[in-house]
Design a protein. Sequence first.
Length: 228
Amino acid sequence: MNKVNNKKKIDLFIDIGVNIGQSFIKIKSIDRDVEYIGFEPSIACISYVHKLRKVNNLDKVTLFPIGLSDSIGMLKLRAYGDSDTRASLSIDQINDNQATFTTIVPVFNLDYIIKPFEKEKLVVLKIDVEGYEFNVLKGGIELIKGAKPIILFEVLPHHNNENKIKRSTEIYEFLTSLNYTVYHLDQNRSQINKVQSLTYNPSNYQMTDFIAINSYFDNELLDNLITA
């Protein structure tokens, strides 16, 4: 994101799946003035990030202790323990038999929380929700159509699971239908490579990071990202 901010100032960073604040600290270290909005259903994680904010005296920060989906309601958050930072709303990622800790959390759709607006500032949307990415994207479709954010997201290896392969296909088709091109980010996030599918990775956990860029952006910004 440093390359993007150097070329064109990031105005708003939306962090879906704050976890323990890795992206929060990274974006604020690039530019303290970036407006940051974060969503995290884990109370343990969100409490920790509130402390990070206070210790580092950071402002322009809004944290929501909720999950995001394509509808409003209550869902089961599953994890391998009460302090596990890999908790997921997706039953394909962690099922009830695997989970040793579960809790019920409120979920909303992104378009309900952040009202859609036309392209007027540079928005980055980061989604890291352990297999629940497609639901989040569907719940933010109007915001995505209007703001045309740069989208950073994770697709975990599918391990030949049919439901996971289907989800990966749905994510790719959703993004391309909105005039996005999808690129794989290498492990060091130094280069990006265009992909034609999100279903080619059955088991490699070093090939899970992607960036989607709308055709609205000029080639100069894209060239700046591709160049190491």
